[in-house]
Ligand binder design. Structure first.
Ligand code: PPE
Length: 305
């Protein structure tokens, strides 16, 4: 999806003009994929842009860095404040936010220990990730020929730049085959997640979402949606899903910061009732929640001071 430039990007402590946010071609992470990043959304609210679960996203970024053995030269509080300042500098009512920490210029070779760590935060307006009607019409999914990373190959719990080679291969394969998104199985053959979303499948009236051990990212939307679903009176459990569970799903949706709640209309051309009534209720409540319209979830919406 195209990027629309905004005014400023935060780079290593400073807000610099958009066009000046450049890096050297010998930047370490460009070569070896050892970077950690986040995808966050700010939504329009009557009190200005509300950044949804900002602190949780920054916390996960530090956990991703911890897994890589990367020391981010800022505190989480500093990056929370920097994110708010970046959003405020654009004057946008809503946007997508992309913080990234990466090994910088100056060292080459696989040893990251001597490398500097650089951090930047950019934001820009971004529309619906899987299409405007993803909640109401549903997306067509294909099980990928690519397998999700094994825990001892690439750490799936870390949101690292390098992990997305796997996701991009699967995404492009699915798009070229005429589908909207790919579903990834892990090396044991169980459902893990999509290229950029977690998965929820309804069987026998309750939702099942795969555990972290399946190789899925610990999704913040997955956690939000699990809370919303339970509060709406739907049962949600964490559990293993086999391929055939998807083919006979009563309802299915995928969720992520970018994709929000998107219904699934079919998997490998097996149709799934879409959007199911539970999916629709959860998706609509998510829509209100991120905009600060649901009192009990208001603490998730973080405003610039
Ligand atoms: N799994 C993967 C692999 C993933 O990339 C995401 C986010 C999720 C699950 C859902 O996580 P969360 O956003 O915390 O609910 N994917 C980001 C988009 C990837 C992209 O760059 O494109 C996102 O939603 O921002």
């Amino acid at each position: 999806m195209p990027i629309t430039p905004t005014e400023k990007i935060w780079m290593n402590g400073e807000l610099v003009p958009w066009d000046d946010a450049r890096i050297h071609v010998l930047t370490h992470t460009l070569h070896y994929g050892m970077g950690v990043f986040e995808g966050i959304r700010a939504y329009e609210t009557p009190d200005g842009p509300g950044i949804f679960r900002l602190t949780d996203h920054i916390t996960r970024m530090f956990q991703s860095a911890q897994i890589l053995g990367m020391e981010i030269p800022y505190t989480p509080e500093e990056l929370v404040a920097a994110t708010k300042a970046t959003v405020a500098s654009t004057g946008l009512a809503s946007c997508y936010i992309r913080p990234i920490a990466y090994f910088g210029y100056g060292e080459m070779g696989l040893n990251t220990l001597p490398c500097s760590v650089d951090v930047s935060i950019a934001c820009w307006p971004w529309g619906a990730y899987l299409g405007d009607d993803a909640l109401t019409k549903g997306v067509r999914m294909k099980i990928s020929s690519w397998t999700r990373h094994d825990h001892n190959t690439m750490p799936p719990a870390a949101k690292t730049t390098g992990n997305y080679v796997n996701s991009s291969l699967a995404k492009v394969e699915a798009l070229k085959a005429g589908y909207d998104e790919a579903l990834m199985l892990n090396p044991q053959g169980f459902v893990s997640e999509c290229t950029g979303e977690n998965v929820f499948v309804a069987r026998k009236g309750r939702f099942i979402t795969p555990p972290l051990s399946s190789g899925a990212l610990e999704g913040i939307t997955q956690s939000t949606v699990s809370t919303i679903a339970a509060d709406l009176g739907f049962e949600v459990t964490v559990g293993e899903l086999a391929r055939s569970d998807l083919y006979i799903a009563e309802e299915m949706f995928v969720c992520g910061t970018a994709a929000e709640v998107s219904a699934v209309a079919s998997v490998d051309d097996r149709e799934i009732p879409s959007p199911g009534p539970m999916t629709l209720a959860i998706g609509e409540e998510y829509h209100r929640t991120v905009r600060g319209e649901v009192d009990r979830y208001k603490d998730w919406v973080e405003h610039a001071e």
